[in-house]
Design a binder for this molecule. Structure first.
Ligand SMILES: NC(=O)c1ccc[n+]([C@@H]2O[C@H](COP(=O)([O-])OP(=O)(O)OC[C@H]3O[C@@H](n4cnc5c(N)ncnc54)[C@H](OP(=O)(O)O)[C@@H]3O)[C@@H](O)[C@H]2O)c1
Length: 311
């Protein structure tokens, strides 16, 4: 081992090719040494493989960004959803416990039923309304029941960022293809830029020094960007920025509609804004407003579109 490698924290990144994992990869501080794990070589649902790979790698930290994220697909494939989102995280917890590693696992606002009308705290009762939500809640439970003490479960919402199918890119595409967009206005949440969540994960991990492990505030956290909006308001803001940047759009009208006018297989929570007090208190970090982060993302997104167009 050379000087400089001595203090590197070995981080096994599970689901390394996904959208959030992309941000974790690009924002990992220099003292982290990342090992990338994803399908087809690494299947989270293969318990023996998970345990043997982790045993070989001996990571200090495991960050799980892998999931079966097709929310409507989960309705018809609940068994797969329960395996990937439910059992898999339990295998990672078992590996982490054996190796005295810290596990970071990402969960979702869909564990709630959305009937509250003030921000959800970590203590609020869960009541998922979809197969995806049930499978993600099972993932939390398998970690909590594994006996692992060194874990952070971070629930987040409405994620977007480069390298994944997400709402921002869908709206940008539809606004170029269609004259009219009809967007749901009775579901309220907090859009979250993957870069902000990746930074939050490293902020939590920064508290996790080996010498202070008993004092480290491991546990469940809510994290999303600041502020709230409906999907319709989110779409309106995206389109306004595209127009401001003189992006040529076919779209002439954007209309608010009710959830029942756009039926989907999975039921979504009508309200899923998080209280981030616990995260703010332990990290002391400031959380960006969703509108500010959207602008940051759209700037890089437009640069990417221009670069693609030149190729
Ligand atoms: N996207 C959102 O709006 C949102 C909102 C709240 C919470 N979350 C949570 O945030 C986390 C990251 O989401 P994301 O949108 O970044 O996900 P994503 O882009 O769909 O990435 C998930 C990654 O996991 C991989 N994967 C799937 N099954 C696997 C398995 N059996 N073994 C190993 N890897 C597997 C996927 O590979 P393939 O592509 O080959 O399947 C993909 O590379 C997830 O836990 C998700 O539940 C997401």
């Amino acid at each position: 081992m050379t000087r400089g490698e001595e203090h590197k924290i070995r981080l096994a990144l599970v689901g390394a090719n996904g959208m959030l994992a992309g941000a974790v990869r690009s924002l990992a501080p220099e003292n982290y040494d990342l090992v990338l794990l994803d399908l087809p070589d690494f299947d989270l649902t293969d318990k023996d493989r998970v345990l043997s790979v982790m045993n070989q790698l001996r990571p200090d930290v495991i960050v799980n960004c892998a999931a079966y994220t097709n929310v409507d697909g989960c309705e018809t494939n609940e068994e797969t959803a329960l395996l990937v989102n439910g059992s898999g995280p339990g295998y990672l917890a078992e590996a982490a416990k054996k190796l005295d590693a810290t596990l970071v696992h990402v969960s979702t606002d869909y564990v709630f039923d959305g009937t509250k009308n003030s921000p959800y705290t970590e203590e609020d009762v869960t009541n998922p309304q979809s197969a995806y939500g049930r499978s993600k809640l099972l993932g939390e439970k398998t970690i909590l029941e594994s006996g692992l003490e060194k874990f952070f479960i971070v629930r987040t919402s409405w994620l977007y960022g480069p390298g994944g199918k997400n709402f921002v890119e869908t709206i940008a595409r539809l606004a170029k293809e269609r004259e009219e967009l009809r967007i749901v206005d009775d579901q309220v949440g907090s859009p979250t830029f993957t870069d902000d969540l990746a930074r939050a994960i490293f902020n939590l991990l920064a508290l996790d020094t080996p010498h202070a492990s008993r004092l480290t505030p491991h546990g469940l956290y809510h994290f999303a960007d600041e502020g709230e909006c409906s999907w319709y308001e989110f779409a309106e803001t995206i389109v306004a920025h595209l127009l401001e940047a003189e992006t040529p759009l076919k779209m002439k009208r954007i209309l608010p509609i009710a959830t029942h006018e756009y039926p989907l297989p999975a039921t979504r929570p009508a309200y899923s804004v998080f209280s981030k007090d616990k995260y703010r208190k332990v990290t002391g970090a400031k959380i960006p407003d969703w509108k500010t982060s959207l602008v940051t993302y759209l700037r890089s997104f437009r640069t990417q579109i221009k670069a693609d167009a030149r190729r």
